[in-house]
Design a protein around this ligand. Sequence first.
Ligand code: F0G
Length: 488
Amino acid sequence: MTKKQTVKIKFYSGEDIPLELHKVRVVQKLNLVPIERRLEALFESGFNTFRLNTKDVFLDMLTDSGTNAMSDMQVSAMMHADDAYAGSQSFFRLQKAVEDVLQKKYFLPVHQGRAAENVLAKAYIQKKGDLIPMNYHFTTALAHITQYGGRIVELLYDEAYNITSEHPFKGNMNIEKLDAVIRETGKENIPFIRMEASTNLIGGQPFSIQNLREVRKIADKYGLRIVLDASLLGENAYLIIQRESEFLHSSMAEVIGTITGLADIVYFSARKLSSSRGGGICTGNENIYHELEGLIPLFEGFLTYGGISVREIEAMAVGLYETLDETMICQSPQFISYLVRSLMSKGVPMVTPPGVLGAHVDAMQMCSHIPQLQYPAGALAAAFFLVSGVRGMERGSISNQRDENGNETYADMELLRLAVPRRVFTLSQIKYVEDRLVWLNENRHLIGGLKFIYEPPVLRFFMGGLEPVSDWTNKLVAKFREDFGDSL
Ligand code: F0G
């Protein structure tokens, strides 16, 4: 067994402070524009934080996708990229990194995570109504499955839907339900079982290896394949080391290898997993490789670049190895935990236990006066940007898609996600987020609802436009000025 690195650093004061284990060597200047400008920006962007211009954004907590800080080693690796349409040395370095870290021999590059989802859905959803059981959906995974005529069923345990919980593995698949669903549906109508590491939409919540082993047993019983979405695998592995007794003394490499060893196909967004751009699909099974390889030149690019620039391929290879470094991977979850615990202590309702990727505010509770049909999470995202310049992301009903009859489907949870990309923010910036959110929570009755004025048919949350149902934004601005004077 490899010796595990210890990353715990205690303060003499006894305070629980996450300490940065990196230094900052390249910086980017930020702007904090006044609240009056932020209000204009909201109207210009249809109250949709995806549509904001970053010149109006102070702390960009929209996502960790493509926004994690790269290491000096990643940036320097980009300088020795080998530009070639076919047979690039950069690709072979990446292929080796995939084999070393994810422990799968066969690798197909794709331009980002959703491209892998497209390829897998296209290859395996053979007929209308095919069912993909999963712990929980991700927006783009669902869109690709339904695009090819498939359906999904989400099989979490009830505990996962409790916003406040101390359950360490809310992302676990409900084994009894999985077995029942396969029996009822018939294995011939199930192309694969999908497991998502650090289940994104329920607050970045991990599954345990014990659970994945049980999923594997069911898969073997029925001869089904497991597809693992490994976009947030590093963080899931880190939380396993923190929370699953069997793995308390294991290294990241051991935990990651154990997880990927239980899946037939592993795909990922490299924008998350390796702090770069790009994505990939890997497998240890040569037949699977051949089932998929023809789709890569069709949709992505030649098999040795898959739509990714060679420079990013180099950064991806180094980033994959760095995923094994617990001192790197722990930074974001520790900052998230710090933020969640301090917000909770000041009365802000948060998803617990703290997960990965970001801190998640429970908009259903914070904005309980806003009906779900007026999108409480979207309203909270807009209100929080207004009072802070911090851009979060709505993860609630706006992010849901309508059903086949065009009816609104309400999300199980209405969350405002405040992403904490790796090694990007300082602790004083995190404290600013906390300060403004506590203020907004104390003035939450001033937040009002939203309604759509432009609703695209697919993935509406990206480009949709909304407006406030009343003039609540002006009241919020007036209260901000009253309490903060001429502060930005
Ligand atoms: N799977 C998961 C679990 C994801 O979180 C994402 C992206 C994807 C797949 C798709 O990958 O963006 O490279 O095409 N999540 C981003 C987010 C967009 O903000 O959570 P992609």
